[in-house]
Design a protein around this ligand. Sequence first.
Ligand code: SF4
Length: 306
Amino acid sequence: MKNNIIFGPIPSRRFGKSLGIDLSPGCKQCNFDCVYCELNPAKPIPGYRETLPVSDILQAVRDGLSEHPDIDVLTVTANGEPTLYPYLPELVEGLDELRGETRLLILSNASTIGRAEVRRVLRRFDTVKLSLDCATPRCFRRIDRPETSIDLEAIKKGMLDFRREYRGALIIEILVVEGINDKAAEIEELNRYLLRLRPERIDLGTIDRPPAYSVHPVPYEKLRDLSLLFDPALPVHITSRRDIESLTPSSYSEEEILHTLTKRPLTPDDVQLLFDPQSLKRLQNLLDEGKIGTLENHGVNFYIPA
Ligand code: SF4
């Protein structure tokens, strides 16, 4: 079992070289049953039924770090939801003692963020990445299929409380599923809420791996259209590259490039997909002339008007 706890290292442009820690390596234990989950469908449960001892997890991390001493970040995750692990405070205490300069990241579905004791332990991570696929209850229930006691309003309030309390980097992940949360009205509701929350970054993606249920991803172009519905002040980063083969790069004048970046900052990956060779040269000219700058946002570079 111990060997299954650690996975990686996984090179990530955003977080560096990451070693993953799976708090539920034996089976899926989650209080959601998301339609897009890459694990098998499973009835959501309120808490873990199988729990590893903290000492086993810490020993596995110690072994992993001695085998890979150049790790940048330890990523706490699970086959399910890591904040349901009942000894998370003790585990983080132990990780703090052995991690040295290595940063701590946790990936959570945010279901427990309304609880003060969960927020207290999440504050000890350098980066917290929380999912928020919809800001309306009906859409939330359709896409994330949570355990019945989970209330979206408690999650939204908990996130706002956490934002006020937390000094690290809060990243929100939105996963778009065709026909569920890809409507303008849903994105506008998310936009309204995220303008209050002001996370460090918003990762907008779609289904990249075979999902639990019969649902479909949306193409990159659709994600791009949806990203334009967010307020330009929100740092939205498109993380999925679905169906880019059918995308034809377009020509942008210098004025259009500046206008586009005012509406939505783009990453170097985005401009490679969207701009034709002449437009890429115009972008370079604007950079050389200082009319465009780059902004690094927790591992992701964006072009922005100077
Ligand atoms: S929260 Fe994660 S593990 Fe749980 S059902 Fe959703 S995608 Fe799967």
